[in-house]
Design a protein around this ligand. Structure first.
Ligand code: ARG
Length: 586
């Protein structure tokens, strides 16, 4: 299907041409076009151009207007203020452009990037043998949405779930199950995620208790770490059992989140163990890292801690051990060299910002990152409770992610049941999952990721306001209208005049692709969420002002059904990019 240029892009091109031909010696200028209340668009670019050419802006504006080629697109151009242009497009151009979009079932006429890159996204990275918390939820939700958006632009994305599957705690865990072999059931015994997590929790707590109380056990656990690092078979096998058991749990949570996670993209810290000595060698040989008290470290001019002492990044500890930084540096080498990444994106808690700042700077000095390969930490803020404080249970404990999701679904079921007229109990439960999980995702995605956000279930499942439920209802209402229309099918009629509410909706529909591209380029899912919310709002005012099934003529009915249908498809597409379902009935 041929991509459809947006009306904004076409108007912009016309104006840019007119600017160039009105003042050829200036060599062109950006018309600085934006949507406006007075007309469809306002262009402010003439002011800067006039200044540059030392011309009178209003006179220049008048000359530009004369040069604008109309070609059926532009209905009216007016000079206003000090030299702005108010541009109105024709109703015909709006309807014809939307009809071309509607003809493209898959992509609504949105093009793909001419030169896509490869983005490796590091997201959804919980830790082995530990419960997932709300922070892990944000990483998963934001990462999945960014990936959906980037994929839609034609970018190639590769996921990397950098799970915490290595570290000294495994010495304690493994030693404990060696001494209490019945504690870790045979592989596959714990069929569901909840069981798996409770097994892991039990072992974690029990081993911790022995570790803290018994010095001899502590020593055996320490030896076990050495055995693990040196690749002792029995130890490694048990370590693998912990990883596998944890994966049963991870997958159950991801499934609840309605999120697809691929096994080959779960590549945890341990996967980089073999490459770490090489990383250290390169960094030391190139002088990027230096020895300091036996450890191999990297210093930074602008990173200082208490007493103005420099805080280094530790590549290798004095005892020869490698840690979190070495694994991340090795991961960068792998992603750049073996995966051919052009962008590295990390969706990680803002509290790890300093770590990534140091890791990226080190990688730049080593030449792994460059003008061709960029790295960005999409550092997200903290999840707060409704009281505005970091999210905790009443007892002051961290909230179990699964309990939270279950509660969201339960609340959603109440909302759905209240509204449901012709739904069976099974259908209510199915919708409740889509509404509840959608609500959690949308609340997260509709705020700028860098900001903290309040986990407020009452607000999340509310039918009014900027919530996914509001968007899902808009979608379901349209489906119900389309069903009611029976044999009258949506059809565009470009000869019809459009009411103001139809124009506003139509121009917004046309901006879908531009919005996804902008939001993807800026790693800003909240811009897509805001677009969709505005789409639903514009649809609501269109529906209030313009009768659809009772419109004056058959053509009018068909054309309005066409706007309804395209709105529904755009909502569906946009929500899907964010990882949110749009049930047909609610
Ligand atoms: N597992 C880590 C945590 O739970 C997040 C990993 C982030 N990714 C990375 N490449 N370091 O805090």
């Amino acid at each position: 299907m041929a991509p459809v240029p947006s009306i904004t892009a076409s108007v912009n091109a016309r104006l840019a041409d007119a600017l160039t031909s009105a003042l050829p010696e200036a060599g062109g200028a950006d018309p600085l076009l934006r949507r406006s209340d007075r007309a469809d668009y306002q262009a402010n670019g003439i002011l800067a151009l006039a200044k540059k050419a030392k011309a009178n802006p209003r006179e220049l504006a008048t000359q530009v207007v004369e040069k604008i080629a109309n070609g059926g697109l532009i209905a009216d151009v007016e000079v206003s203020g000090p030299g702005f242009l108010n541009v109105t497009v024709t109703d015909r151009a709006i309807t014809e452009t939307l009809a071309a979009r509607a003809a493209d079932t898959d992509r609504l006429g949105v093009p793909t990037k001419p030169e896509p890159g490869v983005t490796v996204i590091d997201y959804a990275q919980p830790n082995v043998a530990k419960e997932m918390h709300v922070g892990h939820l944000r990483s998963a939700v934001i990462g999945d949405a960014l990936r959906g958006m980037l994929d839609f632009t034609g970018e190639r994305t590769i996921g990397r779930h950098h799970i915490g599957d290595w570290g000294t705690q495994f010495g304690m865990l493994i030693q404990y199950v060696i001494e209490h072999p019945d504690e870790l059931p045979a592989a596959g015994t714990d069929a569901d995620g909840e069981q798996a997590m409770s097994t892991l929790n039990r072992i974690y707590k029990a081993s911790r208790a022995v570790f803290d109380a018994d010095e001899d056990f502590k020593e055996r656990a320490r030896k076990r770490v050495v055995a693990l690092q040196s690749g002792d078979k029995e130890t490694l096998d048990l370590w693998q059992r912990f990883v596998d058991e944890s994966k049963v749990y991870f997958y159950s949570v991801f499934e609840k989140l309605d999120m697809e996670i691929r096994d080959d993209e779960i590549v945890g810290e341990s996967a980089y163990n073999d490459g770490m000595p090489e990383t250290a060698r390169i960094l030391e040989e190139t002088g990027v890292a230096v020895r300091s008290d036996g450890a191999l470290v990297v210093f930074f001019d602008d990173i200082k801690g208490k007493d103005d002492q420099p805080v280094p990044l530790i590549v290798q500890k004095a005892d020869g051990g490698f840690g979190y930084a070495a694994s991340d540096l090795t991961a960068i080498r792998n992603r750049v060299t073996d995966l051919d990444a052009t962008s590295l994106l990390y969706v990680v808690d803002v509290r790890q910002s300093l770590h990534f700042k140091m890791v990226f700077e080190t990688a730049r000095r080593a030449g792994w990152l460059s003008d061709e390969v960029s790295a960005h930490n999409m550092a997200y803020g903290t999840v707060l409770g409704a009281d505005g404080k970091p999210f905790k249970t009443r007892a002051g404990e961290t909230v179990r992610l699964e309990d939270l999701l279950d509660e969201a679904v339960q609340r959603a079921a109440e909302v759905v049941r209240e509204k449901a007229r012709d739904l069976t109990e099974d259908e209510i439960q199915e919708r409740a999952a889509q509404v509840g999980i959608g609500a959690v995702k949308y609340a997260d995605l509709s705020t700028s990721p860098s900001r903290d956000y309040k986990f407020d279930l009452d607000q999340m499942v509310s039918l009014n306001g900027d919530t996914s439920v509001y968007l899902q209802y808009a979608y379901a209402r349209i489906q119900s209208i389309l069903r009611k229309a029976g044999s009258t099918a949506p059809a565009a009629h470009a000869e019809l005049e459009l009411a103001p509410a139809e124009r506003a909706l139509g121009l917004h529909l046309d901006a879908f692709g531009d919005t996804v591209f902008e939001a993807a380029a800026e790693y800003a899912p909240h811009k897509l969420a805001a677009y969709l919310y505005q789409l639903a709002s514009l649809y609501t005012s269109f529906y209030d002002k313009c009768p659809v099934l009772k419109a004056d003529s058959t053509e009018q009915v068909e054309n309005r059904l066409f706007l309804c249908d395209l709105t529904a498809r755009t909502l569906h597409r946009g929500m899907a990019l964010l990882g949110i379902r749009t049930p047909e009935k609610l």
